[in-house]
Design a protein around this ligand. Structure first.
Ligand code: UDP
Length: 321
């Protein structure tokens, strides 16, 4: 019999997405076997092409709003499946609600059956258009349930509620991360989010579209910092939600100017209407992550944006953009 230690088995729903694919890389590096599940409505096989031949990796094309069947032992489930950009969830409102509700229910059912630990990818959208700044985990939020963003916000709020219910009533081992704006390579060029939008516009010399007056704020975390925090949370004992994000806050207009400068672009900045219920301010309070996970974001905005700009440049060079 082999004396080799058995590798932990991790399932990642949304494994072909931006975050899911980076988490896949991280877990493979940590010596896990990874099973990625994705229905590819917003995920992309290109994101996981480099690991398809890895014997520790497998891929299942499946919609997790339907019963999830995975043979064998599972130690961890990372539930990341969901449309996640405002444009995506405006175009896919029912799928967004279903994956947050039915998909989370199925993922929890799988965790219960396999006695696996489940980590839910939640979001700063839980806080809606916040009336408390920066946002600590204790803040209950200010969400419009019937607005266009409600499909995502309420699905994630339901997902948190059912995760805690499975923890309390079925004893399922759970973790909840509240993810703030994250950026990096493998973001979808046309997902409408501010980072891919501004970078592709700046690189192509097209007008950069600032929504509203650009005074609304966001705080951007580089993907490797986020994944590191999520991994630490998955290894910790913390059942309550934990914010992971970078507290460096700036206005969207400042952000546009920063990207234009880093891209050495001469694009014009133009103003477009502000989307309905667009949060006016957002900044994570990360005291809990600092204390419990000894976690801190490390990547400078300029360096992280530099790497991300290089990624989009390479897509342009390959004629993919
Ligand atoms: N935004 C913008 N121009 C764009 C895309 C987004 O000014 O082309 C703004 C958007 O209105 C919001 C911020 O940038 O205030 C971040 O938007 P994103 O879609 O990236 O994510 P959100 O933080 O709103 O979920």
């Amino acid at each position: 019999m082999s004396t080799e230690k058995k590798k932990p088995v991790s399932v990642i729903t949304g494994g072909a997405g931006f975050l899911g694919s980076h988490l896949t890389d991280h877990l493979l590096r940590e010596g896990h076997k990874v099973i990625a599940i994705d229905n590819l409505i917003t995920g992309n096989l290109d994101n996981i092409a480099h690991v398809r031949e890895n014997p520790d990796f497998s891929f299942i094309e499946h919609d997790v709003t339907k019963y999830i069947e995975v043979p064998g032992n599972i130690d961890f489930i990372y539930h990341f499946a969901s449309p996640a950009s405002p444009i995506d969830y405006l175009e896919l409102p029912i799928q967004t609600l279903k994956v947050g509700a039915l998909g989370t229910h199925n993922a929890l059912g799988l965790a219960r059956a396999k006695k696996a630990r489940l980590l839910l990818a939640s979001t700063s959208e839980i806080y809606g258009d916040p009336l408390v700044h920066p946002q600590p985990e204790s803040y209950w939020g200010n969400v419009n349930p019937i607005g266009p963003r409600g499909v995502y916000d309420e699905a994630k709020r339901f997902a948190e509620a059912i995760t805690m219910a499975y923890n309390r009533y079925h004893g399922v081992d759970t973790r909840i991360v509240r993810i703030f704006n994250t950026y990096g390579p493998r973001m979808r060029p046309h997902d409408g989010r501010v980072v891919p939008a501004f970078i592709t516009q700046a690189l192509k010399g097209e007008p950069m579209t600032v929504f509203g007056d650009g005074k609304q704020t966001r705080s951007f975390c580089y993907v490797s910092d986020l994944i590191n925090g999520i991994y630490r949370l998955s290894q910790s004992d913390e059942v309550n939600p934990v914010n992971i994000g970078n507290p460096r806050e700036m206005s969207v207009l400042e952000f546009a100017e920063k990207i234009r400068e880093l891209c050495k672009s001469t694009s014009q900045i133009i103003f477009k209407p502000l989307p309905v219920d667009d949060p006016k301010i957002r900044q994570p309070n990360i005291a809990r992550a600092r204390e419990i996970l000894s976690w801190e974001p490390r990547m400078d905005l300029e360096d992280g944006l530099g790497t991300t700009i290089d990624y989009f440049k390479s897509l342009i060079d390959k004629g993919m953009l």
